[in-house]
Design a protein around this ligand. Structure first.
Ligand code: HEC
Length: 476
């Protein structure tokens, strides 16, 4: 009864709207029989995008994009809202998955030479989708509106401002003014939920239309160099002879792989939860860890590792050059050998990129250019005494966040100078002056410390002398 009724409703709707006419040719279009597991990354990217849309809309229900409320609403989402924590985590790992899948998809398309004739524009539209995805990642980070998010943007804007010629304009455009504030947040929110999603939807649609129009590329045969004059006819013949319908013959692999990916995202979300919310942003606190999420971290590492003075040019020119080369690639090499077995340079290039990003990523994790927030108080054998002003000073050194930027006998961060032997280098007055006034990249502590605390810190630092400290250096 119910079944018959729903069948009639469906057929009524279908005759009027034409679902079947639309879906059938798409679902049943012929694809190469031997397009197997290598071809699943594109659909997985799409799946990740769909997850982002749903979790993103769910988050937007509770999120207030204003400087006064953003942090509080995120705390609400993380701690009180039903499934809020889970949604944030899904959105975070979904973003990671999407970036990862885009990378794998591009590597596969590149290695198989699938970007060649007639699919050049598939590649170009895909390259733009990569850009939009990365912009989503970057703008999404600021929406957390915690110290990390805000400082990532401050760092990015400071870098942008140093770009030759257009720097100031670029920084002002990024921040929506001269400093990070409500206008920055509104701007990033608009980009993150309106501009980029609209572009993503449009270009994903275009990308899929092109995929359907040209069909999925057949796995390359070493030695076979498709000729644009005959390629289309050959492809059609191949499909007629050995092609299989996309649904269900080929699509089940996409479904299986996407399901594994979703399980991975859900698993990570349940086990690890969303990235911890940092402290609320406070312009007077420099002691934040301006480290972007992992897929952008390696690029920050590049900027930090470049010789001083070159990074301004590199910052704009390198992404432009990479984008330019990506778009140029299919236009310059539209024909010729497709098989990775006959294109060792292509395989080498992919390996090199993976290796480079991997190493830089590692560098970014341990790099000295931002404070180290994963530190413990100084061990007793480094301090050398358990009581008195020196021990008090050592405690303050940890509590006031000095240790996040300064190294003592191998413990702490590397943002500022190593203070292991500072007692041999500076006098009490110099030390107190520096702590009170701060310096380049060091906050001033005059307003947040009592004279007594200042003296205890000085006592502690003065006890850090060559020869005195080295005897405590049991394990560096
Ligand atoms: C955000 C990172 C950061 C924090 C937090 C920080 N410093 Fe610094 N510190 C620096 C930097 C960077 C320099 C070098 C500044 C310069 O040369 O202008 C520096 C310089 C110093 C110097 C001079 C070292 C020398 O060899 O000339 C002393 C002493 C010092 N800091 C002590 C402290 C103490 C004590 C605290 C905690 C109350 C602290 N710092 C907190 C980054 C930091």
């Amino acid at each position: 009864m119910l079944k018959r009724f729903s069948k009639r409703v469906w057929s009524w709707l279908d005759t009027r709207i034409g679902f079947t006419d639309m879906i059938k040719p798409v679902a049943e279009h012929l694809v190469p029989r031997d397009a197997r597991w290598w071809y699943v990354f594109g659909s997985a990217t799409l799946t990740a995008f769909v997850i982002q849309v749903f979790t993103g809309v769910a988050l937007a229900f509770s999120y207030v994009p204003s400087a006064a409320h953003a942090y509080a609403t995120l705390q609400f989402i993380s701690n009180q809202a039903v499934f809020g924590r889970f949604m944030r985590a899904l959105h975070y790992y979904g973003a990671s998955a999407m970036v990862l899948m885009v990378g794998l998809h591009m590597a596969q398309v590149f290695l198989f030479g699938s970007y060649k004739y007639p699919r050049e524009l598939n590649w170009v539209s895909g390259s733009l989708l990569l850009l939009f995805t990365l912009v989503m990642g970057f703008t999404g980070q600021l929406l957390r509106w915690d110290q990390t998010g805000v400082w990532s943007v401050v760092v990015a804007a400071a870098q942008a401002a140093r770009v030759p010629i257009i720097g100031h304009w670029l920084a002002r455009f990024t921040l929506g003014g001269d400093t990070v504030g409500g206008a920055t947040l509104s701007r990033f929110f608009a980009i993150h939920v309106f501009v980029m999603p609209a572009l993503l939807f449009a270009f994903i649609a275009l990308h899929l239309v092109l995929v359907l129009r040209h069909g999925i590329s057949e796995p390359p045969n070493p030695g076979l160099r498709p000729d644009p004059k005959t390629y289309q006819r050959q492809y059609e013949e191949l499909m007629k002879k050995t092609g299989v319908p996309f649904w269900p013959d080929a699509a089940w692999r996409d479904v299986v792989f996407s399901a594994i990916m979703i399980a991975g995202i859900v698993g990570m979300a349940l086990v690890f939860g969303p990235p911890a919310l940092g402290k609320p942003p406070d312009p007077s606190i420099i002691a934040a860890d301006p480290r972007p999420d992992w897929y952008l971290l390696w690029y920050f590492a590049v900027l930090a590792l470049l010789p001083h003075g070159t990074e301004h040019w590199f910052m704009v020119l390198a992404p432009l050059a990479v984008g330019f080369l990506l778009i140029l690639l299919p236009l310059v090499f539209p024909r010729g050998e497709r098989s990775p077995r006959r294109r060792p340079w292509a395989v080498g290039l992919v390996l090199m990129v993976v290796l480079m990003i991997g190493t830089l990523w590692r560098q970014g994790e341990v790099s000295p250019w931002s404070p180290n927030f994963d530190v413990k108080p100084l061990p007793a054998q480094v301090v050398g005494t358990a009581g008195g002003p020196i021990a008090q000073g050592a405690r303050l050194f940890y509590e006031k966040g000095c240790i996040n930027c300064h190294l003592i006998a191998g413990h702490g961060g590397r943002r500022g100078p190593d203070l292991t032997n500072v007692g041999s280098r500076l006098s009490r007055n110099e030390i107190i002056l520096r702590i009170s006034n701060g310096g380049i990249n060091m906050p001033a502590f005059a307003g947040t410390m009592t004279p007594e605390e200042m003296n205890q810190l000085a006592d502690f630092l003065l006890s850090r002398k060559v020869g005195v400290t080295s005897q405590h250096l049991t394990i560096p």
